[in-house]
Design a protein around this ligand. Sequence first.
Ligand SMILES: Cc1cc2nc3c(=O)[nH]c(=O)nc-3n(C[C@H](O)[C@H](O)[C@H](O)COP(=O)(O)O)c2cc1C
Length: 373
Amino acid sequence: MDIALEELLENLKELTYSYFYSLNLGDNDLFLWLDKQFKNKKSGFNNYNLGDYGFKIGNVEIKNPIVSAPLAGISDNTYRIFANFFGCGLTFSEMITSYGVHYNHTKTIRMANITEYERPCALQIFGSDADIMAEAAQRLEGVADLIDINMGCPVPKIIKSGSGGYLLRDSYKIKAIIKKIKDKIDIPLTVKVRLGWDKNNINILEIAKIAEANGADAISIHGRTVKQGFSGNADYNYIKKVKKILDIPVIASGDIDSGEKALEVFEYTGCNGLMIGRKSQGAMWIFLKILLCLQYKKLSSLEPNLEWKKKFAILYLEFLIYFKGKEKAIKEFRKYLSWIFKGVRGISKVRKKFFKINEYNDVVDILDLIGGM
Ligand SMILES: Cc1cc2nc3c(=O)[nH]c(=O)nc-3n(C[C@H](O)[C@H](O)[C@H](O)COP(=O)(O)O)c2cc1C
């Protein structure tokens, strides 16, 4: 393995371990459990094992129900490695254009890179042409552990191209896409959907059945319609209904923002997996908190302290630099600073400076200011 990456991973291991200690759990069952999970974790392949809660997607073993969401512009290698270390049983890539794979665009191909420290990992593709999507899936099959199809994205540019959430308007097309891709690949195939196009066209029960009948090995459901975007609340009733009528695993998505909420959704819907998106942005420790809550039914209010968050920030930046180069990484890191230090007292006085960082040392200087206000 590359020495630079090895060093970063060692630091990440130490950081994760120090978070366990910061939880100040004492020498009780919980700590012993965590300690054991951590020591057993030899590499990214070895996710935290949550015994009875594990499940399988096709032939891929998912060791616990915590799943990191596909997040465009966020769920890159760095995000997925952190997600894996903080406990996810499965990670997802950002959505990848099937046309980009077809035309061999460098940027697209780079997005499809997976290290051994973020597996099992699903590469998510989007598109509107079943043949192109099947060809893309086939090309990515050698890299991915699973292929996922985006059938829920509400972004206007994606909808206009007939991809993402637009597909929910056309169940014949969904059938054709799933069938064609399934025929071309040997690794498991999953789909990620919303409840339907809008509140008058909720067709998730039909879509879920079509997906299963045509070869999908699991389904992730964001409990909103496409038209809803992110407004209102996620509706878990439909997820519960889908779980009752399918044999394949169901992953619930939408508004899971704490251990208690995760437990509630898990128990209410009977789903196999819990996908966490927005709440994990810059705050990957949420995965571990949820894992603890599932295992011990408590303990989700523990936040890492400020000094730990600063170490987290620097390490996150170093990973980003490793994967993307300094210039791109620093630019992208600006938004992470806001997320990581959200809610810290006096942060509003420093926030303006986040968007002016250009150098690694600018970040170090800013971190010195945080908390000293
Ligand atoms: C910034 C952002 C980017 C997203 N990108 C994708 C994506 O690429 N593919 C996808 O299927 N869903 C995407 N989603 C939806 C999430 O995966 C998830 O289903 C949704 O945010 C609801 O979960 P949450 O409430 O935990 O965030 C994105 C959401 C956000 C906020």
